[in-house]
Design a protein around this ligand. Structure first.
Ligand SMILES: NC(=O)c1ccc[n+]([C@@H]2O[C@H](COP(=O)([O-])OP(=O)(O)OC[C@H]3O[C@@H](n4cnc5c(N)ncnc54)[C@H](O)[C@@H]3O)[C@@H](O)[C@H]2O)c1
Length: 266
């Protein structure tokens, strides 16, 4: 029980419909398995409620709540809800992010509306969630924030907004870590590589008009480790470690969970 008695906010704790499990849902389940009480936030309340049902079925405690990360007031209300109910917030896990599935573009095709929409979802949402949680964690004198970036921040990735926002999340996480270190609040980023989640696969099947099998085979082939994509559990386990007291002396890091993808240079 590595998160015994901890209160965790998981933002984006539902998942895109499709085969398998997404990173946010797997992380919420993993946190609950290790003893955390989870507030599962998502703009798709039904999906967050499914996550909560799965946690309850396994004997854990999870409350689903609707929150749209592009609307700051819903994030503020969620933090307020957690403090009212449990008196504290120990963990903030920011999982929301979209690229292909959200209509991201190459530079020549990019328009302002796409840039603004995806920036608000990927970057502004994380920043605003932190804005509301940090004062609570500072008062407690402890807390752990985990922001889900991507190896796209460092590797070749031609879709502009995802690349830029995921890179900005790393810079923001480093600053967050530095400014809050003296208060015992840690902040780290996870950089998933190619992960077999519904959003990654179904989004590409739909937008690129390709078969599921083709997309999966192409993604598998790019991964050095066993030529196979990672699973949402790989991301969830990394999040569990960074959120737990085992990572008590770790702040400001960017942890790739990518089967060796970032080791390939050139
Ligand atoms: N799957 C991959 O290969 C991969 C690789 C690198 C990084 N990531 C990152 O992992 C994270 C999760 O990806 P996933 O594939 O598990 O996706 P997912 O679809 O399973 O989870 C994302 C959740 O966010 C929710 N969401 C979307 N917009 C929202 C909004 N405005 N407000 C609140 N909730 C919102 C969705 O409803 C969904 O439940 C993302 O940040 C993504 O960039 C994924």
């Amino acid at each position: 029980m590595r998160l015994q008695d901890k209160i965790a906010l998981v933002v984006g704790a539902g998942q895109t419909p499709g085969e398998g499990i997404g990173n946010g849902r797997a992380t919420a389940l993993r946190f609950a398995q290790e003893g955390a009480r989870v507030l599962a936030l998502d703009c798709n309340l039904e999906s967050a409620a499914q996550t909560a049902q799965m946690i309850a079925a396994a004997g854990g405690e999870c409350v689903p709540l609707e929150a749209d990360v592009t609307r700051e007031e819903t994030l503020g209300a969620a933090v307020h809800f957690a403090v009212q109910r449990w008196g504290r917030v120990d963990i903030l896990h920011n999982n929301v992010g979209v690229s292909v599935a959200g209509g991201d573009r190459r530079l020549q095709d990019l328009d302002e509306a796409t840039f603004d929409r995806l920036s608000a979802i990927n970057l502004r949402g994380t920043i605003m969630a932190c804005k509301h949680v940090v004062p609570v964690m500072r008062r407690q004198g402890r807390g752990a924030i985990v922001n889900v970036s991507s190896i796209a921040a460092w590797a070749h990735y031609p879709l502009v907004v995802y690349k830029a926002t995921k890179a900005a999340m790393i810079a923001f996480t480093q600053q967050l870590a530095l400014e809050n270190a003296e208060f015992g609040v840690r902040a780290n980023a996870i950089l998933p590589g190619l992960i077999d989640t519904p959003m990654a696969i179904e989004g590409r099947v739909r937008n690129w008009h390709r078969t599921r099998e083709e997309i999966v085979a192409e993604r598998d082939a790019q991964v050095p480790l066993r030529r196979r994509m990672g699973s949402a559990w790989d991301v969830a386990n990394a999040a569990l470690f960074l959120a737990s007291d085992e990572a008590g002396f770790i702040t400001g890091v960017s942890l790739p969970v990518d089967g060796g993808a970032l080791v390939k240079v050139g």
